[in-house]
Design a protein around this ligand. Structure first.
Ligand code: NAD
Ligand code: WQD
Length: 349
């Protein structure tokens, strides 16, 4: 059993709540800090119900330095998983200051509090959106960065800040160097197999999977397929979809790696978390129809600005250094999404 305390920022959200389940199951003490700006505390009640274990929750904004310092003093975490952030690409284009303030300044405050408390193990939620455009659709971690919207740039800036923090330790030859895993997620979908926790988007979803689920259940009339003239096998966009439970298991493996010889002298390293293969929009629709027995009403619409034709991970480094790879397939992802959607048609209420 594990007696380490992990502080989880954004732990009430979609990915964070699934991480809390796996952390509790693995025996960690879990402390969640979330301002509930995009989540409900109900998710945490359900996490505790699923696991039969309790966690500690603080409804606090990570930009509140004093409150965060008090939490670190009281809870003495050894590691932080940092999920807290705003994530809507369109909103980030309309309100860039909000995104930079929340995501970048929030991380500055968090890392300052961590430094002061000498807590220097961090797993950060980065994103495949940090990569620049490529003619080759499979990304390795050394591919040049070049995010194309404020959300993506906020993630890229945070990665830079974290790399600089680690580099500063090397200069001052501190004996407790930063140990940081930057996890670049591809397209997380799905839900916990219990159907008790899942993705609960505000308003009309931006992302494909929750949109399809809401069409299937009759909440939305029709899906627009953004473009069928891409140079892909069926003309629609291809993405690397990853089950959220596989994704969060990658975080537990990352914590183990930070604790072992790989990071003995400190480090700040990026890892792709993806399956390493992609599915098209039409393949997602077809699988959804097979799993649910429902026809998905869709129409072909113009391409969405900023979308790539195809994008998927090369996850070899995560396998090699984190001993992690996906275990679930598209059928599992769709089945679990549908289970969550049908059990919670209005999301968390
Ligand atoms: P989410 O919105 O469900 O969860 C984020 C949580 O952070 C929410 O509970 C929100 O209330 C909280 N939060 C936001 N700002 C905060 C602040 N200043 N102080 C305290 N809490 C705050 O999103 P998610 O899908 O679970 O994503 C988690 C992380 O993973 C985010 O950083 C996101 O950018 C990143 N990510 C998500 C995806 C995806 O497709 N879902 C892909 C790549 C990266
Ligand atoms: C997937 C495919 C669309 C909706 C976004 C963010 C990214 C990341 C994850 C955080 C594409 C098509 C979609 C619809 C469609 N988040 N589509 N109709 O664009 O890969 O990534 O979410 O870091 O930052 O940009 O995911 O789910 O929006 O789209 O046809 O109504 O589905 O064109 O090919 P995307 P997505």
């Amino acid at each position: 059993m594990n007696s380490q305390t992990v502080l989880v920022t954004g732990g009430a959200g979609y990915i964070g709540s699934h991480a809390c389940v796996e952390l509790l199951k693995a025996g960690y003490h879990v402390v969640v800090v979330d301002n509930l700006s995009n989540s409900k505390s109900e998710s945490l009640l359900r996490v505790q119900h699923i696991t039969g274990k309790s966690l500690t929750f603080y409804q606090v904004d990570i930009r509140d330095k004093q409150a965060l310092t008090e939490i670190f003093d009281k809870e003495s975490p050894t590691t932080v998983i940092h999920f807290a952030g705003l994530k809507a690409v369109g909103e980030s284009c309309e309100q860039p200051q909000l995104y930079y303030h929340n995501n970048v300044f929030g991380t500055l405050v968090l890392t300052e509090v961590m430094s002061n408390a000498n807590v220097k193990q961090l797993v950060f939620s980065s994103s495949a959106t940090v990569y620049g455009e490529s003619t080759f659709p499979q990304y390795t971690e050394d591919f040049p960065l070049g995010a194309i919207n404020p959300y993506g740039r906020s993630k890229a800036m945070i990665e830079d800040i974290l790399r600089d923090l680690y580099a500063a330790d090397k200069i001052s030859q501190t004996n407790s160097p930063w140990k940081i895993a930057l996890l670049r997620y591809f397209n997380p979908i799905g839900a916990h197999e219990s159907g008790m926790i899942g993705e609960d988007p505000n308003g009309i979803p931006n992302n494909l999977m929750p949109y399809v689920a809401q069409v299937a259940i009759g909440k939305l009339p029709q899906l627009s397929v953004f473009g069928d003239d891409y140079p892909t096998r069926d003309g629609t966009g291809i993405r690397d979809y990853i089950h959220v439970v596989d994704l969060v298991k990658g975080h537990l493996n990352a914590i183990q790696a930070l604790n072992n010889h790989c990071f003995e002298a400190g480090g700040c390293k990026a890892y792709n978390l993806g399956a390493g293969k992609g599915y098209s929009v039409l393949e997602i629709i077809k699988t959804f129809e097979q799993v649910t027995g429902k026809l998905i009403n869709y129409k072909i619409s113009p391409r969405r600005t900023g979308d790539l034709a195809e994008c998927f991970a090369n996850p070899d480094l995560a396998l090699k250094e984190l001993n992690w790879k996906v275990e679930k397939d598209l059928h599992d992802m769709v089945t679990d999404t549908w289970n969550w959607q049908t059990k919670n048609p209005q999301g968390y209420i």
